[in-house]
Design a protein around this ligand. Structure first.
Ligand code: NAP
Length: 267
């Protein structure tokens, strides 16, 4: 029986991924900052819930030890925990920017560094990092979030090269807009008030379409594909806007692509 460990499993994509892999009879280690949140989920016995805040190295180590004690080797690691800091570049405080990187970037890197050595030694395993369409295209007022996801793309691509002569696989998932807690509780707004940006920020934040977002189960299925296809393929995408946006980013010159972004965000 294979084992998967997922960070940020208390809601959204992480929770759907736990449920899909559990249904497929994997051993699942569902990690989250507050394990009491899992009480109401009624997850089956093959799901082990553990406390893990990705900004806390001790908790990462403890989670690895407890997961291995219960299930043995971890075959698949999903770096999913994350949130978005939004606001114009000037309106986000240094603490907010550092915290954003602590979770989305350093958190993911710390988890990789804890689990990768075992995979390398066993010459087996798959690392799956949840990026975003925002790792490929930059949106106004999402500058720091995009910076963290672009950084995850870079690290994942470098890892792909680092591990090319092993059997450890590296995968990047690029979701489009997904119907999760991300847009409600998962967003933090820049705390520095600067009147110059207020008008454009309101337009941009209220201009985003809320209908048609994709069910997180679709991303869970994509993660399952990435975990099991046994290929060297690096990038996978799914979800609202992902196909069109990634294609346009690839084929259009900056000037045309950025014009489209301005239209979309009313600026
Ligand atoms: N939704 C989208 O449109 C979308 C699109 C592209 C990419 N993504 C990415 O998908 C991933 C999952 O997001 P989601 O859409 O499923 O949103 P979500 O429902 O808000 O889930 C985010 C999860 O991350 C956890 N988390 C946040 N900070 C953490 C930390 N320091 N340590 C451990 N866990 C932490 C949250 O835990 P708590 O319950 O403790 O807050 C929650 O379980 C994120 O990396 C996000 O950037 C989302």
């Amino acid at each position: 029986m294979k084992t998967i460990l997922i960070t940020g499993a208390s809601s959204g994509i992480g929770k759907s991924t736990v449920e899909l892999f559990a249904k497929k009879a994997w051993n699942v280690v569902a990690t989250m900052r507050d394990p009491s949140k899992a009480k109401e989920f009624n997850w089956p016995e093959n799901v082990l819930v553990l406390k893990l805040d990705v900004t806390n190295k001790k908790e990462i180590l403890n989670a690895r030890k407890k997961a291995e004690e219960k299930f043995g080797n971890i075959d698949v690691l999903v770096n999913n925990a994350g949130y978005a800091l939004i606001g114009a570049i000037e309106t986000c405080s240094e603490k907010q920017i550092r915290d954003q990187f602590e979770t989305n970037f350093f958190g993911a890197v710390n988890v990789i560094k804890e689990f990768l050595p075992r995979m390398r030694e066993r010459n087996s395993g798959t690392l799956i990092n949840i990026s975003s369409i925002a790792g490929k295209a930059v949106f106004p007022h999402y500058g720091y979030y995009c910076a963290t996801k672009c950084s995850i793309e870079a690290v994942s691509e470098a890892l792909w090269y680092n591990l090319i002569h092993t059997s450890v696989r590296v995968k990047i998932i690029e979701p489009g807009t997904i119907q999760t807690q991300f847009y409600a509780k998962g967003m933090e707004i820049g705390e520095i008030k600067i009147p110059f940006y207020e008008k454009t920020a309101d337009k941009q934040l209220t201009g985003i379409k809320t209908e048609g977002r994709t069910d997180p189960k679709v991303i869970a299925e994509l993660i399952y594909k990435a975990a099991t296809d046994n290929s060297r393929k690096l990038r996978y995408h799914a979800g609202q806007f992902s196909t069109s946006l990634l294609l346009l980013r690839k084929i259009l010159p900056d000037s045309a692509f950025m014009w489209l972004v301005r239209k979309k965000f009313n600026i």
